[in-house]
Design a protein around this ligand. Structure first.
Ligand code: G3I
Length: 369
């Protein structure tokens, strides 16, 4: 007995030391490794590994990457006869070096087009552009990029097709053509349709109809990317769950591709991510310029926890969950829909410290062990 007591004490101390160090060592990607990829979107400085602390955080916490901007057409294809892969090569090499899942964003999108593309006015020229653009880029990274957003944001909020430059010049056939060209360039890469608000009923119905049509006409669509630019109160978990079920019933992988949650007021009740909208600011519209109050910090943590609980429930249908940025300071939501605000939409703060939201997402897995 005399011997057992000190032994038990030593064992308990050792166990708690090992648990503590385990906890410190573990990361989002580790705790979710059997469920789905945990991704982030990288900006140029992050791709260039400018900040050592930030870089080690990225490598520790995430196992999937998307380029936040540099793979958009204005950067990769600045002139008709000129591609520039300097930045995208760095991005892909970064992912390979760190054994990450690499997602390509994006091939056909009406926004962030190079100026010369915006002048394309007829179907012959647009057809030639699409063929050259998709074939060149997808072939270049064949076998190195794991999935592509082939078409991005082709829908209006009511589920009808957006009158983009592609629809105007080619009609709706551009959609199936884009997927066919991508498959031809790399038959093994996963091909996604990516959009915001496609968890909302009308737009979801539009996305389902669109994907069915592409498939019926011979296009290969492997997955749907629900962007996930969400708010504290909406969309409801019910609509998110319905979306997971309905998209996966089409035989699609479901990815949450650009997740973030705004905590700032929005007088126009704007939803989603239409980058054309912008509004002038006021102090009332920027209520937390110094720090986020605990009450809102807690709300954000609860919201993230409930969303990830749902993701875990349907982990067999979900391929990847990617946050749109590494930390709050990087987020596009500091400048949209009002420029120069201080938003707090991600699990890491401006000083790269993890927030309650991070702990709440991780805790869901740690308590299950
Ligand atoms: O590169 C210029 C820089 O030279 C200049 O000094 C600075 C001044 O504002 O602007 C810089 O460009 C900005 C660029 O991001 C890089 O930071 C653009 O103004 C800005 O409009 C652009 O915003 C990006 C936005 O897409 C544009 O459409 C956001 O960073 C990016 O997060 C956002 O991402 C989109 C997804 O691709 C698709 N889904 C919606 C999502 C959020 O809008």
């Amino acid at each position: 007995m005399k011997f057992i007591k000190p032994c038990l004490f030593a064992f308990t101390v050792l166990l708690s030391i090992s648990c503590t160090s385990q906890k410190e060592k573990s990361s989002l990607k580790d705790v979710y490794k059997n469920d789905f990829y945990i991704g982030t979107a990288l900006d140029l400085n992050q791709i260039n590994e400018k900040n050592k602390k930030e870089d080690s955080l990225i490598r520790k916490e995430f196992n999937a990457i998307t380029a936040e901007n540099i793979m958009k057409s204005m950067f990769t294809h600045p002139q008709k006869d000129k591609y520039d892969f300097t930045l995208s090569d760095k991005f892909v090499a970064y992912g390979e070096k760190n054994k990450m899942f690499i997602h390509g964003h994006t091939l056909i999108w009406h926004s962030q087009l190079a100026p010369w593309m915006q002048k394309i006015a007829d179907s012959t020229e647009m057809k030639a552009f699409m063929k050259d653009h998709i074939t060149t880029i997808v072939s270049k990274y064949k076998g190195r990029i794991n999935s592509w957003d082939v078409v991005n944001e082709a829908l209006n909020e009511d589920g009808t097709l957006r009158k983009s430059i592609f629809l105007k010049t080619l009609g709706e056939k551009y959609l199936v053509d884009a997927f066919k060209l991508a498959e031809k360039a790399d038959s093994k890469v996963d091909l996604y349709y990516n959009d915001y608000n496609i968890e909302e009923p009308a737009k979801r119905a539009g996305a389902i109809a669109l994907i069915k049509k592409i498939k019926a006409e011979g296009g290969k669509v492997d997955g749907v990317g629900i962007q996930g630019h969400w708010r504290l109160e909406s969309p409801s978990l019910e609509e998110i769950e319905k979306s997971i079920l309905e998209y996966s019933a089409l035989g699609l992988k479901v990815a949450f591709t650009e997740l973030d949650i705004t905590v700032l007021p929005n007088p126009w009740d704007l939803k989603g991510a239409d980058v054309n909208q912008n509004f002038e600011g006021s102090a009332k519209m920027n209520p937390y310029p110094q720090a986020l109050p605990d009450s809102i910090q807690n709300k954000l943590a609860e919201r993230y926890a409930s969303i990830f609980k749902l993701f875990l429930k349907h982990k067999d249908k979900i391929s990847r969950v990617t946050f749109w940025g590494v930390h709050d300071g990087q987020s596009w939501l500091n400048d949209w829909p009002i420029k120069g605000r201080t938003n707090y939409p991600l699990p890491f703060d401006r000083d790269l410290r993890h927030k309650k939201a991070y702990d709440s997402i991780k805790k869901l897995k740690e308590t299950k062990k």
